[in-house]
Design a binder for this molecule. Sequence first.
Ligand code: PRP
Ligand code: ZN
Length: 289
Amino acid sequence: MENGNLKLAIQKKGRLSEKSIELLRLCGLDLDFYSERLIVSARNFKLDLLFLRDDDIPEYVQDGVADIGIVGEDVVYEKQANINVCEKLGFGRCRLMIAAPANCLPQKIEDINGKTIATSYPNILKTYLQANKLQAKIIQISGSVEIAPSLGVADLICDIVSTGTTLMMNKLSKSFNVFDSEAILIANNDLNLNTEKYNILLDLIGRIRSVMSAKKSKYLMMNIPKDSLEKVTKVIPSLKSPTVLHLADENSLAVHAVIPADKVWSIMNDLKAFGASGILLLPIENMII
Ligand code: PRP
Ligand code: ZN
């Protein structure tokens, strides 16, 4: 379907699917979903969404079947595809780890020597073993790696750990960390040759950046006694000078400020001590800096 739309591949089903769609919605894209559709077009943006297995995304982007993709760094490094990394997306954080049943968990790294390891990430694992001068047998499995030890296929596994639920359900424990990953936006190397599509990508990246910086901030609103203004402004870690508004009550002021989300709770006690009341903290959807 060549309609001039930018084609974005995302994971059809898995850890990154929902978060990828949430990000696109926060970017203002109006998307309709029909459960078994492979392609969905945004109603208000020149973009088509392709739902694919995450393992296939780097290659599809490399070959130009999709122009861009949202996928884990783990998969991109494993597939060694020739693509451009545009942006880290700050979600889908996970670790590729060695794991094993508790009774044969490697205590020190040399314990991996001579073991059989099942994984869907043979390239990353091979690099890790070489870097640590270890000798182990790699068994490549495309899915459900976590059941390999109980089937007697392997001693250890090397797989993605996010919440840890999969390991727990399969009575496996974490051991060494092989690779840290998060979701990234990737693009076909020749996309810049297509000016129209490249401009759509730049528009999308601008929106993604504004969503990401908005997530890191909160909008703080409160009323304070007029004579606390100096003390209050001193503790507010505002990006810019806070907005101060007069109220009908002449002894009070309203103060509004955009503050870093991680600083919110550390200033709350001070604000209350300075007499702040009606404190409201609002999420910010987009922030255009
Ligand atoms: C990975 C991995 C586990 C799961 C671990 O799958 O293979 O199944 O995530 O997550 P947890 O620690 O939260 O339980 P992924 O989403 O990458 O899908 P895929 O294996 O089908 O590619
Ligand atoms: Zn996968």
